[in-house]
Ligand binder design. Structure first.
Ligand SMILES: [Mg+2]
Length: 209
């Protein structure tokens, strides 16, 4: 998959996550849980343990949460809302950099993600990843290339920092409530949670200014 991207090592590259960066994962998950008589009690930055039964307020068992998440990806990936400003920012940045969307989701949901993003005017190659992202990022980048990696999850930022230290890393969390719960990743160069500001920073990196 990565090999088929035909990336140009001489051009800057932006590797961007989707959930909570380009599309509103938590808002979509909350709508889905509501229909399943559950809710997300956002007291910490995790899903297991925070999904609760509406009737009792009791946590849903971990295994059942995993099943709910599988069902969520299968039915809702196609219908997530865009993060405001994302499409416009990528369109502007796309004039001077290659863009790849690296999203951890089941391969079976990849087409739905592509179609959902296209509905929002976001049309770039989508790579369905699994696990820490550092290894796959390493396969996409050249050692002296200007690259920006954007993600909401600190383990991915740390993994990319370890595998490809020259890649500039932006910690971005679209959901306001999640953003409050999650401090800036120590392995990111910057923490920015809105697209107009993020686009300025990314532009300064790819332009080398
Ligand atoms: Mg994400």
């Amino acid at each position: 998959m990565v090999e088929r991207l035909r990336l140009d090592p001489a051009r800057p590259l932006i590797i961007c996550d989707a959930d909570e960066v380009l599309v509103q994962f938590v808002a979509g998950l909350e709508r889905f849980l509501e229909r399943n008589a559950c809710y997300l009690d956002l007291t910490s930055f995790r899903i297991h343990g925070n999904v609760k039964h509406k009737a009792s307020g009791e946590p849903v068992a971990d295994e059942a949460v995993s099943d709910l998440l599988k069902a969520f990806f299968a039915s809702e990936t196609r219908h997530l809302d865009a993060v405001p400003g994302a499409a416009r920012a990528l369109e502007d940045l796309g004039a001077r950099a290659q863009i790849v969307i690296l999203s951890n989701l089941p391969e079976t949901s990849r087409e739905a993600r592509i179609e959902n993003l296209a509905d929002h005017g976001i049309r770039y190659p989508v790579v369905a990843g699994k696990g820490p992202k550092g290894e796959i990022v390493k396969r996409m980048v050249a050692p002296d290339q200007r690259v920006v990696f954007v993600d909401d999850l600190p383990p991915h930022l740390s993994s990319v920092a370890a595998e490809t230290p020259h890649v500039r890393r932006l910690h971005f969390i679209a959901d306001r409530r999640l953003a409050k719960l999650m401090p800036a990743s120590p392995d990111a160069h910057r923490r920015i949670d809105d697209w107009p500001t993020a686009a300025q920073w990314i532009a300064s990196v790819i332009d080398g200014t």
